[in-house]
Ligand binder design. Structure first.
Ligand SMILES: Cc1cc2nc3c(=O)[nH]c(=O)nc-3n(C[C@H](O)[C@H](O)[C@H](O)COP(=O)(O)OP(=O)(O)OC[C@H]3O[C@@H](n4cnc5c(N)ncnc54)[C@H](O)[C@@H]3O)c2cc1C
Length: 366
């Protein structure tokens, strides 16, 4: 019988670890150890799937048990999950959709994206026992400390995941501040966590949920029809409110416009891929100092995309400049930040490849 791999056998952290690591590389140790205990690693955060459940018609929830190297997360944060698909490691960001259990287990919920590689794989094929790599948690979506002022959480599509974790963490508090979650989906069968949300609101008068349906007719008392607009928001508008929004870019932009100057605090995150405007033409020479390679790459293209197009696999995560996984040193050359348009002339120690493009010949520490 295989030993339970999570948490793995705890090797000594004292002189034994130093002595052994001098003799055997962590990667080699992991290679052999994982034949018997797939979620054990000398130093890498990994997680094993311990349960799966259909969360909606097009979404699956996976409960993951991390090994001892994972340092946890705050509700509202995200993490990068690495999955092997057809022999290649694919990394995508997911937001835990519930606070962590006391033993560290946590849940992610993945909505299938048409033509999507990781979401389709996780929905159709992830099974109990599978092991994925984990990145450290990142992201700033969080409610400020409870000051008694009302809170409004706005979610659409897969944007429900961090909001669900935040809402459930409020339900665990003794006297949470009045909080309303407005959750928008096209249809009823695309909603996740409906029973869980209704159970929370039944138990906590201060917590309310309103389901917005853009294609189905509203039926239950907590449902309404239509998109997020001024009328839908009117009952919840309060100049003292703290508002968080998460969903596709169109939803987040609409929320930002509707709430401009009408709430004390507004923070939002979008899961949709950013659209970069390419204003630079031509190609430049990119030198990779550590590997000694030289490539010709298009100006204006995210450096991460350019490196991948050249057959390289630099470490990466969210592809939106949030998680810092792709950060690397730049010792010379001009780069443009593709989200802000700013041009960086100086050498930097942490250039994010996913949101930076080359403007001139470059030398990167890769
Ligand atoms: C911080 C963060 C947290 C996230 N949390 C969650 C989460 O909790 N649950 C969840 O289901 N997803 C979440 N996502 C989205 C997730 O990371 C993937 O982008 C998504 O699962 C699609 O990956 P894929 O490999 O299936 O698609 P890909 O193969 O990467 O892309 C296929 C096509 O779909 C487009 N596409 C990719 N992602 C999206 C998207 N989110 N919306 C619309 N079109 C898209 C691509 O541009 C491409 O055309 C999060 C994203 C970020 C940045």
């Amino acid at each position: 019988m295989r030993p339970d791999p999570v948490p793995g056998p705890a090797p000594t952290r004292s002189s034994g670890r130093g002595a052994r690591s001098a003799l055997v590389s962590p990667a080699l140790l992991d290679f052999w150890a994982q034949r018997w205990a797939p979620a054990w690693s000398w130093n890498r955060p990994l997680a094993r799937v311990v349960a799966r459940e259909q969360a909606a018609a097009d979404a699956v929830s996976l409960v993951l048990k991390p090994n001892r190297h994972f340092r946890g997360f705050r509700p509202g944060q995200h993490l990068n999950l690495g999955v092997e698909i057809d022999g290649r490691r694919v990394v995508r960001s997911y937001s835990p959709s519930a606070p962590a259990a006391p033993d560290g287990r946590f849940r992610i919920t993945v909505k299938v994206i048409a033509g999507g590689k990781a979401s389709r794989f996780l929905h159709d094929h992830a099974k109990v026992g599978d092991v994925f790599t984990l990145g450290e948690a990142f992201g700033d979506l969080a409610l400020p400390a409870d000051d008694g002022n009302p809170r409004l959480l706005l979610a659409a599509g897969s944007g429900i995941t961090p909001m669900m974790a935040i809402f459930a963490s409020l339900a665990a508090q003794a006297n949470p501040a009045p909080t309303t979650l407005l959750y928008s989906t096209r249809t009823r069968d695309q909603r996740c966590f409906v029973d869980e949300l209704r159970a929370i609101t039944a138990a906590h008068p201060a917590l309310q949920v309103r389901f917005l349906l853009t294609r189905d007719r509203a039926g239950a008392g907590d449902e309404a029809e239509g998109r997020l607009d001024a009328d839908q928001l009117a009952p919840w508008l309060d100049a003292r409110a703290h508002v968080l929004a998460c969903g596709p870019t169109g939803f987040v932009d609409a929320a930002r416009t509707l709430l401009a100057n009408r709430a004390a605090h507004f923070a939002a995150e979008s899961f949709s891929p950013p659209v970069f405007e390419n204003t630079d033409a031509g190609t430049v020479e990119l030198t990779l100092a550590r590997s000694g390679r030289t490539l010709e790459v298009p100006r204006g293209q995210p450096l991460l995309d350019a490196l991948e197009a050249a057959g390289l696999s630099p470490a990466h995560g969210c592809r939106r400049g949030l998680c810092n996984t792709c950060a690397c040193g730049k010792s010379s050359g001009l780069t443009r930040h593709l989200l802000t348009g700013e041009v960086e002339h100086e050498p930097v120690s942490a250039l994010r490849l996913c949101v930076s493009s080359a403007r001139s010949d470059l030398v990167l520490d890769l």
